[in-house]
Design a protein. Structure first.
Length: 238
């Protein structure tokens, strides 16, 4: 609705009635045109182009998938892998992730699991081994460790350990000949084969340690007497 400007007319000298106000046209407001800013336009075009390039890169990454080997059922440490334990999946694989390619599936069948494998995980080359975790001439000794005896460093298959005989206070250490031993601390070298998770409630961790066959019975006797402690060796014996 346009606004009008009223114009007032005074009465004439002869007494004639005054005329009604006459409406006159009002000039429309002058609108100034905005100046175009070339810099803003150029920046907008650059942002649009960058956004399009980012979408293109994302689509390329999503489309770049690699067929890899996956684990489809639980596999215990030392268990021989079969084709039924493994599957295939196509995933967008980060270069930093080492995974067995689907083309190499048959190369891992028949090898042993070096760690516990869980369904839904990718299989990496370091998780399998062609060597038996318990070698000929060795025995496997299960050792239960209380929460205060478990090292803060997570136990993993292959770690070298020392089984230390710690007799109860006042007890005498017995040597291989059945006679009292002067050695205060007798040790047995071993290697971790598997370490369980802490048992609910007790927190006890069971560690399977491989020792030479001659030391297996002795280590088992120490465990039964509650006189054994497990000590981790430094990596590579250093």
């Amino acid at each position: 609705m346009s606004k009008t400007k009223e114009r007032t007319v005074t009465p004439s000298a002869n007494g004639a009635p005054p005329q009604r106000p006459v409406a006159g046209p009002v000039a429309p407001p002058r609108v100034s045109a905005r100046r175009r800013r070339p810099g803003v336009i150029a920046l907008s075009l650059a942002l649009i182009a960058a956004g399009g390039a980012g979408v293109a890169v994302l689509l390329l990454q999503v489309g770049d998938r690699t067929p890899v080997v996956t684990v489809v059922r639980d596999v215990q440490v030392g268990q021989v892998l079969t084709e039924q334990d493994l599957g295939e999946a196509s995933v967008a694989l980060d270069p930093a992730v080492k995974a067995v390619r689907a083309d190499d599936l048959k190369s891992v069948v028949g090898k042993r699991a070096a760690v516990e494998l869980k369904p839904g995980s990718l299989l990496s080359p370091s998780q399998v081994t062609k060597d038996s975790l318990v070698k000929p001439g060795e025995q496997l000794v299960p050792i239960g460790l209380k929460p205060d005896q478990v090292p803060a460093t997570a136990l993993a298959p292959g770690q070298k350990v020392q089984l230390v005989h710690v007799p109860a206070q006042g007890a005498t250490s017995v040597g291989d000949d059945g006679k009292p031993s002067d050695s205060a601390q007798e040790t047995i070298a071993g290697r971790v084969v598997k370490a369980s998770k802490a048992a609910p409630g007790t927190g006890i961790v069971v560690v399977d340690v491989a020792t030479v066959a001659a030391d297996g019975p002795k280590a088992a006797a120490w465990v039964a007497a509650g006189a054994l402690r497990l000590v981790l060796d430094a990596p590579d014996g250093r």
